[in-house]
Structure formats: structure tokens, C-alpha cells
Design a protein around this ligand. Sequence first.
Ligand code: ZN
Length: 251
Amino acid sequence: MASTPALAVVLDGLSTAGLDTGCRHGVPWYVAHLGSQLVAALADPERSLSTGLADALERVAAKHPECDLGNPGTPSATVAVLRQREGSFDHLVLADSPIVLESRRGFSVITDLRVKEILPELKAEVDRYETNTAEHKEALRRLVLAQRETRNTATGYWVAASGPEAAEHALTGSAPAEDLRAAALLSDGAACLVTDYSMATWSEAFRTLRAGGPRELIDAVRKVEASDPHGQRWPRYKSGDDASVAFCEWG
Ligand SMILES: [Zn+2]
């Protein structure tokens, strides 16, 4: 997660499930560099968010040409960006870290769920087992292995990885500033409180963010997960996934 007065960014590195990535630096290195390149690329308000993302992807790839960037498991991440401009807010979403906008008319959610729609049989297989069992781990490994083959292809789903072309597949848009009251950018490990567990509405989640900030929302997620440690009520890939939230509010 990174932010400047005019920019908020949330990146969520994808799990490698212990499989080879072809990169000796690893996912945290990739995410850190993508974040700093993205902030630098988007400092120019005239540059579109997708052009800035494409630039950042190229720059990160250029930092490790010795790694096998064509490996299907090359480090990858979801991207959510919100940028304030004169009179409006631009947003960009690549994969399933949603941006939630609160306006006078209510909440709107911008997210790309293609990753959740592909490979339903393998996903059902993962959901069949309790988390932290050998069977769950093996089913997850098979799912990730299959996901990697469809990642950044026309029949699969798009994430930030080693090539700039994924930026063209991001969802982008703009909202008039006078309509917006607040916005949240969330990794799926935080959004799941609303989207998967149905333990809060977006209105309740924003109330929590206003009262206690991201920390309190993430605590609420962890509390729910602690009530279901083996993923029986809410089947999931990990007991608790990485959770990050950027909350932005205007007068
Ligand atoms: Zn590398």
C-alpha cells in the first residue's frame, strides 16, 4: 500500500503456492518495486492510470532481466489505484482488489472477478477440504498451477506480472469529485468481510473505517476468521489472507 495526498495504491501479491516463479527476488520484492514505480509514474496528472501502470510494469521488468520473466508463475499482483485530479477522481482496478466509492446515492464497487469465475471444478475441490490440511494444500497447489496457465491470457484473467499489456485490461473510470464522500481500496483479504463472509455491508464497513481506520476493519475480519479457523463455514485458501486497506475521506 502506498499513498500521496493525491494518490492511493493497494497492491496484493498473488500466492505462489510454493511453486517455482523463475524469479530469485520473490513476490514481496516485486510488489514493493511495482508500488514505488507506480507512484512515480502517476505523479504526472496528465498521464492516464493505465499508461502509468504499463510504464511501471516495464520498469520493474527491467530491474531483473536475469530472471525468467516468461515463467507462468512470475511474481504478480492485483492493483487498485485512486487518483485525485482537478474536479474528479480517476480509478483503476486490475483483478480482485476492489475500490468502493461512497457517494450521496450510496456505494458502488469496482472490481474484476474473472479470477473467481475460471476453473470452477478445481476451486470446488479446494473448498471441499478444511484449511491447513494436506488435502487442502495439494488441491490449492493444483488450482494455482492451472491458474498460472490462464493468467494474462484472453481466456483467463489479468493481473500485474512481467508484461505491460495487462494494463490495457484493467478497469478504469472517473467520478466527479463533488459526488464522492469517501473511498476505500481493499485487498480481497479485507474486502471478504463484506464480499465473502457477508458479515458486514459496505455501509457498516465504512462506519468502522470512519471510527477506527483500517486497523479496526482488519481486526473485524480476523475476529470473524477466528470463529471459523478451519474454513468450514467460509471455505478459503488461507485461515486469514493478507489484508490491506486505504481509506480516503473528503469533507
Ligand atoms: Zn527477479
